[in-house]
Ligand binder design. Structure first.
Ligand code: SME
Length: 162
């Protein structure tokens, strides 16, 4: 399947409807976790031109380990409860960070990042198996509508949770 450039609407409900349609092109019918996460990180990165890092950290024992992503090289492992990602895991809750330098324990990977959003990935039984992590060079780039839209979007990944 060849990728066709998409013009995303600015209205957020329509934006997320389109984003889910795009992600579904790569989730429907594909069972390989790495294939799905790789293409999903790319689809999301294409949709957010002001995001400088989009990717996944996956639960491995008592750590998160970096998975498929788009952006500069990043920290490979994050301990439970550490940084924004480890906090999302510990609290089992999305994190929307307007200014990363104000988040206690934030782990800086790309020093141009200003804001960040982290969304838990859950299986059908609710167990967390990873997170979607996105950074932006803009202050407060992500808001509550993005949290809701991205939480809906990552539900498409539930099937590959194991
Ligand atoms: N900032 C994250 C670390 C991962 S990088 O943003 C890619 C954190 O504090 O958990």
């Amino acid at each position: 399947m060849s990728y066709i450039e998409v013009n995303y609407p600015s209205e957020k409900t329509e934006f997320y409807t389109m984003l889910r349609e795009q992600v579904k092109l790569y989730t429907d019918g594909e069972t390989d976790r790495m294939a799905v996460l790789s293409n999903t990180s790319s689809v999301i990165a294409q949709a957010f031109p002001r995001a400088n890092w989009v990717g996944f950290y996956l639960v491995s024992g008592d750590e998160l380990v970096v998975g498929p992503f788009q952006g500069k090289p990043a920290v490979s492992r994050i301990a439970y409860g550490k940084g924004v990602c480890g906090t999302a895991w510990k609290e089992n809750k999305s994190q929307v960070v307007e200014e990363v330098s104000c988040f206690p324990g934030h782990i800086a990977c790309d020093c141009s990042s200003r804001s960040e959003i982290v969304i838990p990935l859950r299986g059908s039984d609710g167990t967390m198996w990873g997170v979607l992590d996105m950074d932006s060079v803009e202050y407060a780039y992500f808001d509550e509508e993005d949290r809701v839209g991205l939480e809906e979007t990552v539900k498409l990944l539930e099937r590959i949770s194991r």
